[in-house]
Design a protein around this ligand. Sequence first.
Ligand SMILES: [Zn+2]
Ligand SMILES: [Zn+2]
Length: 180
Amino acid sequence: MAEFISLRVAYDRLTDGGREGNAYNWYRRDAQRSGYISLGQGSQLTTSGPIRVTVHKAGRQWMVSESDFENALAERRSVAVELRQITEDYENRRLAVASGQVRTTWGGYSVSRDFHFVWNDMDAYRRRSSGHWRCNTCWKRAATEHEKPECHTCSDWGGCGSECTLSGIVCTDCGTRKDL
Ligand SMILES: [Zn+2]
Ligand SMILES: [Zn+2]
């Protein structure tokens, strides 16, 4: 038979006594609105969705199944470990995915064939740099060619926010190139 704990008890376990993470009311609103609480994103390397635990109301209290909640907590911890591993692998020049985007502790990268676009959240936030392309083989910063005509937004208003003129990515070190 399933054992249930109150959302408040779950919250204390989740946040180590309320010292970190979202406020209690944030989870209560989550419960009210959707019938579950969200404990963040699932694994980046599998297709698992957000980590969720179903809640139900007993009288005036929100309750969760203790085993479901503990499983979700364990999943959350393994996602944190995975994030650190992806970050460490990147420092060692190993990409975690063959294509598509992953997060690291400092930002993230997006792999597109022989190159990847890497960015730093802080640089993006301070508008110092939105990121740059790197060669997957030699890890050198790639040169970009901008020979496409700019899009309507750019010609009319200036700055569509995407690299609409990007026509090619070239590694001057190994000669690898990608035309867009
Ligand atoms: Zn544009
Ligand atoms: Zn290269």
